[in-house]
Design a protein around this ligand. Structure first.
Ligand code: UT7
Length: 330
C-alpha cells in the first residue's frame, strides 16, 4: 500500500540586523516626516544591514536558530529553498551558498525562488508538494532580504517602506496527517510594471545610465499596489481557509504581509476579525518582503502568542503581482 506523507513544522528562527533606522533618521535624508510615515504606513523603524552583509549571511543566522529550535541535525536536511529578491548573486543560488555555510554535505537539493513578497509562501507550497510526494524528508525554507541595497534612498515614496531581515522554518516529513493544511498561490502578470526593479537583469543590463536613473532600485506605484493588495489578500485568505476545511473562528492568529498598517486594518475589518487575532510587527521592521511572514510567525511563537496545536494563517502579496496564503497547524 502507498504511504501517505504529511509535513510538520519542527522549528522556526529569525534574524534582524542590529542597525535600526528610525523615521527621524529618514527625515535627514529625504523630504519626509515621522508623522507622515507613521500615519500613512504604521512603520516607525526598520533594520538595515551593515555594508558587506549579504542575504546568505542573514539566512544563515535565521536558519541556525530554526535548526536549534528544532534540535535537529543539519546533515538530515535534504532540501533547501530560499525565497529572496536580493540574492547574493545571480548564480549560484543563495541556497547553495547557505548549504556550504551550514556545512551540509549530503548533496541536498538547493534552489532560490523569486516571488517577491509572496516568496516564502511560494517556497512553502513547493516544499509541501516535494515532501508529501515522499521524496524528501527534511526541508529548510528561508525568506531572506537585504532590500537596503536595492532601495532608492532619494525616493521618499519607497525608501521609508522597506527593511532587511530573514526568517527560517524547518519542516520534516511524517507518515500520516499534514500540518500544512493548505497553500494557495497565484499571480497576475498583467501588472508587472507597478512594482519592479527594472534594471540589472537582461531587459536593462546595468549601465551608468540605469544607475544614474535609479533603475536598479525598487520602483512602485504605491496607490495601485495598495488597491490590489487588499482585494487580493482577502480573496487568497478566504480561499486557503476553504481549502483547509477550517473556519476563520478556528484560527488562533492571522499573519498578514506587513507592508502597510492601513492594508492590514482594511483586511481585519472586512474579515471581521478582532485586532488581537491579527499579528503586526511592521512598526519595528517595515516591509521585509519574502522574510515578512516567517519573521512574524517566529515572533508570534517565541512571544507565546501561538502555541503547539494552534491553527495559523499566513497571507502575502507582492510584485508580479503574486500572492499566497497558507493555513498551518503548529
Ligand atoms: O510589498 C508589496 C506590497 N506593497 C504595498 O502593499 C505598498 C502599498 N502602497 C502603500 O502602502 C501606499 O500607497 C504608500 C505608503 C506607498 C503611499 O501612501 P499613499 O497614501 O498611497 O500616498 P501617495 O503615494 O498617494 O502620496 C500622497 C502624497 C503625495 O504628495 P502630493 O502629490 O499629494 O503632494 C506624495 O508625494 O504623499 C507624498 N509622499 C510623501 N510625503 C512625505 C509620498 N511619500 C512620502 C513620504 N513623506 N515618505
Amino acid at each position: 500500500m502507498d504511504k501517505k506523507y504529511g509535513i510538520q513544522i519542527i522549528g522556526t528562527g529569525a534574524y534582524l540586523p542590529e542597525k535600526i533606522v528610525t523615521n527621524a533618521d529618514l527625515e535627514k535624508i529625504v523630504d519626509t516626516t515621522d508623522e507622515w510615515i507613521t500615519q500613512r504606513t504604521g512603520i516607525r523603524e526598520r533594520r538595515i544591514v551593515e555594508k558587506g552583509t549579504a542575504a546568505s549571511d542573514l539566512a544563515e543566522k535565521a536558519a541556525r536558530k530554526a535548526i536549534e529550535d528544532a534540535n535537529a541535525d543539519p546533515q538530515e536536511i535534504d532540501l533547501i529553498i530560499i525565497a529572496t529578491s536580493t540574492p547574493d548573486m545571480f548564480f549560484p543560488s543563495t541556497a547553495c551558498v547557505l548549504q556550504r555555510k551550514l556545512g551540509i554535505k549530503n548533496n541536498s537539493v538547493c534552489f532560490d525562488i523569486f516571488a517577491a513578497c509572496s516568496g516564502f509562501l511560494y517556497a512553502l507550497g513547493i516544499a509541501k508538494n516535494m515532501m508529501e510526494s515522499g521524496q524528501y524528508r527534511s526541508c529548510l525554507i528561508v525568506g531572506a532580504e537585504a532590500l537596503s541595497y536595492v532601495t532608492n534612498w532619494k525616493d521618499r515614496g519607497t525608501c521609508v517602506l522597506f527593511g532587511d531581515g530573514a526568517g527560517a522554518m524547518l519542516i520534516k516529513r511524517v507518515e500520516g496527517e499534514t500540518n500544512v493544511l493548505s497553500v494557495l498561490l497565484g499571480a497576475n502578470g498583467a501588472h508587472t510594471g507597478i512594482l519592479e526593479i527594472p534594471a540589472g537583469g537582461s531587459r536593462y543590463p546595468t549601465t551608468h545610465e540605469t544607475l544614474d536613473q535609479g533603475l536598479n532600485c525598487i520602483r512602485m506605484d504605491g496607490k495601485e499596489v495598495f488597491k490590489h493588495a487588499v482585494i487580493t489578500m482577502l480573496k487568497a485568505a478566504k480561499k486557503a481557509l476553504e481549502l483547509s476545511n477550517k473556519k476563520l473562528e478556528d484560527l488562533a492568529l492571522l499573519i498578514p504581509h506587513q507592508a502597510n498598517m492601513r492594508i492590514i486594518e482594511a483586511m481585519g475589518e472586512r474579515l471581521n476579525l478582532p485586532k488581537e487575532k491579527i499579528f503586526v510587527n511592521l512598526h519595528k521592521y517595515g516591509n521585509i518582503s519574502a522574510a515578512t511572514t516567517i519573521v512574524a510567525l517566529d515572533e508570534a511563537r517565541k512571544q507565546g502568542i501561538v502555541k503547539t496545536g494552534d491553527y495559523v494563517e499566513l497571507v502575502a502579496f507582492g510584485a508580479g503581482l503574486t500572492w499566497g496564503a497558507a493555513v498551518i497547524r503548529l
